[in-house]
Design a protein around this ligand. Structure first.
Ligand code: FRU
Length: 487
């Protein structure tokens, strides 16, 4: 077991053994293991020359840290990218090779390169012919390749999608080595959002199917929903060559409405056919100055994605993976409680790592109801629902340490309509991490907080009139296990 000694270090979210972590990379499943590679700086808790760190898991909850997979070399730093299993040995690297496709970053040029492993990701060899894909037009920003196998409408080939400044570009290949440009998307959607980063592209059923859509996700460098970098998504079609959006540029959809969800990627070859997404729980605005020392960077909980019809059109829904229920410990349960404005039902419950499942019945006389977590002396993080405005909000203005960045002390909110008069929340708190899944994942808000170690109180509140709580469950969650591979 690694020492989990610092009171900000989450207990069931993935953090690096030491030092700096950003984007998830190379997410792929092979022979019983989910691989998680990631942007890693092994020498410092501040971003620096990028390597790919590596870990594996059988259940996406408990992880084994493996040695660093990729080191910088003469072609540059190792920026973000993805990984595939080359089932047909199209590249000639060996039977069922695990192939990483990543960006080699240099000050004036970014290019795509390959590395492969034929021993389940334990050792990696860089391809001798690197780089394999250079920008045609001298474009400086040309990075974060996500590769997957496309097999539809009689066509079969690899697809690579990457971020090229204000464009997202698509390429096709038969062998992972020779790439042809096939299209681009996004210039008309970039507006004042700066530039694209870390795109992903996948097909999802709508509801139970058979209807389906392609979903394109991508980070934007600025003016995200929480004011900083953020993840957008598009719904539309991909014909093997290029993506077209169903919505005009004035429909802007966000994967997460908090500040701390970025550079997300989904797993290739998930054995159950699920689409599982992992984000970096941080933000470029303050990533380098958050108040942790031995480690800096954490991933959000993995989420299962789906599409559903809503009154506003087809939308992305996200739910925490079911495997997390294995961490549930002692449970406190209430049902059909009429909560009064002066009452705190949760007086006897304490903790810094727990899950809350709650259903509130809307009372039009109430202004705001909700919960306060990590409550201490003059300190709390509020998850509230504003009834007249029909908005969910996360207020971290008094959450603990906030002074390290002028924009950190803020409130994040999102529109959320009740369903049959009910607001349903599933909330995960893990020391410095708060993730709120609303109405079965229609809206998610993820935010980091830095409270005092002893701020462990919990409150449920209603303001203006009473609120009926249909059900309320609080589960203490056990730490996940993070082990080090034997040498
Ligand atoms: C996104 C990003 C990527 C890049 C990586 C560098 O967070 O900026 O575009 O590849 O981080 O660490």
């Amino acid at each position: 077991m690694l020492a989990q000694d610092d009171h900000f270090r989450p207990q069931y979210h993935f953090t690096p053994p030491t030092n700096w972590l950003n984007d998830p990379n190379g997410l792929v499943y092979y022979q019983g293991e989910y691989h998680l590679l990631y942007q890693y700086h092994p020498e410092s808790a501040v971003w620096g020359p990028m390597h790919w760190g590596h870990a594996v898991s059988r259940d996406l909850v408990n992880w084994q840290h493996l040695p660093i997979a990729l080191y910088p070399d003469e072609y540059g730093l190792i920026y973000s990218g993805s990984a595939v299993i080359d089932w047909k040995d199209s590249a000639g690297f060996g039977k069922e090779a695990l192939v990483a496709i990543f960006t080699h970053h240099q000050e004036r040029q970014e290019s795509q390169s390959l590395a492969y492993s034929t021993d389940r990701g334990r050792t990696w060899t860089k391809y001798a012919g690197n780089p394999v894909l250079l920008p045609a037009d001298g474009q400086r920003d040309f990075r974060d390749p996500k590769v997957f196998w496309y097999s539809e409408h009689g066509a079969e080939h690899w697809v690579l999608v990457l971020a090229a400044g204000e464009e997202i570009q698509f390429f096709a290949s038969a062998d992972l080595i020779h790439w042809q440009p096939t299209g681009s998307f996004g210039k008309e959607h970039i507006a004042n959002f700066g530039f694209w980063e870390t795109p992903d592209l996948f097909k999802l059923a709508v509801g139970e199917g058979p209807e389906s859509r392609w979903v394109l996700t991508a980070g934007v460098g600025k003016n995200g929903i929480a004011g900083t970098s953020g993840m957008r998504y598009f719904i539309g079609d991909f014909d093997g060559q290029t993506f077209t959006s169903e919505y005009a540029p004035d429909t802007v959809l966000w994967v997460d409405h908090g500040a701390d969800f970025y550079a997300a990627q989904t797993w290739n070859d998930e054995p159950r056919g699920l689409r599982l997404m992992l984000g970096w729980q941080n933000n470029w605005q303050y990533a380098k100055v958050i108040p942790t020392t031995a480690w800096r960077g954490v991933f959000n909980l993995p989420r299962r994605l789906s599409l559903r019809h809503t009154a506003h059109g087809i939308r992305l829904f996200q739910q925490p993976i079911a495997e997390l229920t294995a961490l549930r410990g002692p449970q406190s349960h209430w049902q059909n409680i009429t909560l009064l404005p002066t009452q705190n039902l949760l007086q006897a419950v304490q903790g810094d790592s727990f899950e809350i499942c709650v259903e509130f019945r809307i009372n039009p006389s109430v202004e705001t109801f909700g919960l306060r977590v990590r409550v201490g002396d003059q300190q709390a993080t509020t998850i509230g629902y504003h009834v007249p405005r029909q908005q969910i909000l996360l207020d971290r203005t008094s959450s603990g340490q906030t002074g390290f960045d002028p924009g950190f002390a803020c409130v994040h909110s999102a529109d959320l309509e009740p369903i049959d008069g009910i607001i349903r929340l599933q909330i995960f708190v893990d020391r410095s991490s708060v993730e709120v899944f609303c109405n079965d994942g229609r809206v998610v808000i993820s935010d980091s907080i830095f409270p005092d170690a002893d701020s462990q109180g919990l409150e449920v509140f209603t303001q203006g009139a009473e609120t009926v709580i249909k059900t309320l469950d609080v589960y203490a969650l056990s730490p996940a296990s993070f082990t080090q591979a034997e040498k």
